[in-house]
Design a protein. Structure first.
Length: 146
């Protein structure tokens, strides 16, 4: 996929962005934090370099959802917009539902498979990763606990 610009934002329009997508690969995150942050059984997310996102109205408000990450959202309407690690990672995630054209991306994998809620999202044969099998996330948790 060539770089493609997608726009998105919150339900009320107070927070808008433009994002340069280098690929169209998105994923479901089934972890408990994503379930609680979205109020759903999983969060549909797109990993993207921070440098590829431009906030065109204002930046989202952010909530520290754990010792290792924060979530961007609109304080006017409550729309979940981002997942971002606290440690200055060059990458972040945008919520697929906040894209103006969610069909611009495709599902390629599942994360947080240990919290997958049976019966709501069928197993589709795509790669599944458990949180404890992600070395970089476990290292962040170990550092936060130290």
């Amino acid at each position: 996929m060539t770089t493609k610009v997608q726009t998105g934002g919150c339900q009320c329009g107070a927070v808008r962005y433009s994002a340069r997508l280098e690929n169209d690969e998105a994923y479901w995150c089934h972890c408990r934090m994503c379930q609680r942050a979205t109020g759903g059984v999983a969060a549909a997310l797109l990993g993207i370099p921070r440098a590829n996102v431009e906030w065109t109205t204002r930046e989202p408000d952010r909530f520290a959802s754990s010792p290792i990450a924060k979530r961007g959202y609109c304080s006017n309407c409550g729309t979940p917009l981002t997942f971002e690690f606290n440690d200055g990672s060059d990458n972040m995630d945008l919520t697929i539902g906040s894209l103006d054209d969610p069909s611009a991306v495709r599902l390629t994998s599942h994360f947080g498979a240990e919290s997958w809620v049976p019966g709501w999202i069928p197993h589709d044969g795509l790669p599944e990763t458990r949180t404890e099998d992600s070395v970089h996330i476990m290292a962040r948790w170990d550092k936060a606990r130290a």
